[in-house]
Design a binder for this molecule. Structure first.
Ligand code: AMP
Ligand code: MG
Length: 469
């Protein structure tokens, strides 16, 4: 199959972006090349030199975007509207058409743009390292996420107040289904440009929701909002079942395809705690683990409000009415998948109730026992196997009374996939997790002696269970 480069972004025109110059960096040290993602784009055979030319030097790809485009957007940051955003340290570099859907390569840390404000347009190497691990881990846990495509260390040194400084710099390339954010719509609503809102809806439908093509414009806008809501509900359910806290769920970090992206101060839960907050600057816990579903719903309302400029009679509440059901359904499906279980009941209402009970008992157990989140899902994979529970590092916790209720409910379920049950990953006693202490301990040898061994080992471990969830 040949690469069919397709710079669809030009359909939108110059109101949507600024042409920008990439930074030139003193050094190019390749730290990460995602060969699976490259294969998806038919770029797997690029030589090291060519990879560097494009993903460090940002020389355009053949028949693709001619000059990098900093995308324009606004957004609500911690629920406060900020009209001063946009790609301040990144740009759209290239686009591809695969399976009828558009894929973007966008950058992070590639230099200043008109939207940099007082920022340096750079990304710390540690930030790049964290984003690689987040995307790899979320992909293995079955979450709909952007992928990290490439990372070069650039030889620059940066000053940051939240990292020991000076600190090393990197430039990252991200692969995702669009870089159209809720905030991209909000900007046009703020500027009162109804025609551009319509144009953007058409672009999104053409490239990501083609099933809506035949409806009238007002119907399309309603259905578009509904689809984005459905996908976003599933993504939020994905975070909840992965024990993941994104950290900064601002509307400029929400993709209209529902793909999770932009991993800054994220964390994985050690143990179940709805108040667990990832970002040190999130002082009220707005984006805490348990508030993620309501935060993204709030964001969907902002998207709906922006769309009203193009369709004044749009009933935003009606379009978002199914969010709760979609979230609950996705949470049930995803927890069952994580546990490799199948609900045996055929009657739909009874079946949902039984799965609901399972999740409730699971959370009650997690809450009461303070058991490790990932370890528990790992130990209970494919149901209760007494030998697996006894050799678990948290075996004692399975003796508390709350476990009995969970065990009884688990016993009503059947194994979903026997093959997955026998995956060698489950012969281990501990799962692959990504808690903050481990992240720091993998980073330490890189920072101290440029030793990437632990990092490479971690990537291999994360990939060892891909396809299981
Ligand atoms: P984020 O919190 O990464 O989603 O970024 C929020 C906004 O700040 C976006 O407009 C970014 O482009 C911008 N930004 C973040 N870091 C930098 C930086 N170092 N230089 C310039 N702009 C930045
Ligand atoms: Mg962002």
């Amino acid at each position: 199959m040949s690469t069919q480069a397709f710079p669809a972004i030009y359909e939108l025109g110059p109101d949507f972006y600024n042409e920008v110059e990439p930074a030139s960096f003193p050094k190019a040290i390749l730290r990460y090349r995602n060969q699976d993602a490259a294969t998806q784009l038919d770029l797997q055979d690029l030589s090291e030199e060519a990879w560097k030319k494009h993903f460090w030097g940002f020389e355009s790809l053949p028949q693709n975007i001619k000059k990098p485009l900093a995308l324009r957007y606004h957004g609500h940051q911690f629920q406060v509207y900020n009209p001063d955003l946009g790609d301040g340290r990144g740009f759209l570099f290239a686009q591809f058409l695969r399976d009828g859907k558009l894929l973007d390569l966008g950058t992070k840390g590639s230099g200043q743009t008109p939207y940099s404000r007082r920022g340096d347009g750079r990304l710390t190497l540690k930030g790049a390292f964290r984003e690689i691990l987040a995307t790899e881990m979320l992909e293995s846990l079955g979450v709909n996420t952007s992928k990290t495509f490439s990372v070069f260390e650039t030889g620059e040194s940066l000053v940051r107040h939240d990292e020991p400084s000076p600190t090393r710099a990197g430039v990252l390339v991200r692969l995702s289904h669009s870089h159209i954010r809720f905030g991209t719509f909000q900007r046009f609503a703020f500027l009162g440009e109804a025609e551009n809102v319509k144009k953007l809806v058409q672009y999104c439908i053409r490239h990501f929701y083609p099933e809506l093509a035949s409806y009238s414009e007002d119907e399309q806008i309603f259905l578009f909002l509904q689809k984005v809501s459905e996908r976003t509900a599933d993504t939020a359910a994905g975070w909840m079942t992965a024990g993941f806290v994104h950290g900064v769920l601002n509307t400029d970090n929400m993709n209209i395809t529902g793909e999770s992206f932009d991993y800054g101060p994220y964390r994985f839960l050690p143990h179940y705690d709805p108040h667990f907050t990832a970002a040190y600057f999130d002082q009220t816990g707005l984006y805490a683990y348990g508030r993620q579903p309501s935060s993204v719903l709030w964001n969907l309302f902002q998207l709906g409000t922006a769309l009203k400029l193009a369709s004044p009679q749009l009933d935003v509440e009606a379009a978002l009415a199914d969010f709760g059901d979609a979230f609950n359904f996705a949470t049930q499906t995803r927890f069952l998948k994580r546990l490799n279980l199948r609900n045996p009941l055929l009657d739909e209402a009874g079946s949902q109730q039984l799965t609901h009970q399972l999740i409730m008992h699971l959370f009650q157990f997690l809450d009461k026992s303070k058991a490790l989140f990932e370890q528990t899902l790992f130990d209970l994979h494919s149901g209760v196997a007494p030998d697996r529970l006894t050799r678990s590092p948290q075996a004692d916790l399975y003796k508390i009374p709350e476990f009995k209720a969970l065990e009884n409910t688990l016993d009503s379920f059947e194994v979903l996939d026997e093959h997955v049950m026998r995956h060698p990953y489950f012969t281990n006693t501990r799962p692959c997790a990504l808690l903050i202490d481990e992240l720091e301990s993998i980073w330490a040898p890189i920072a101290e002696k440029d030793d990437w061994t632990m990092f490479e080992q971690k990537l291999a471990h994360i990939r060892s269970f891909r396809g299981v969830y």
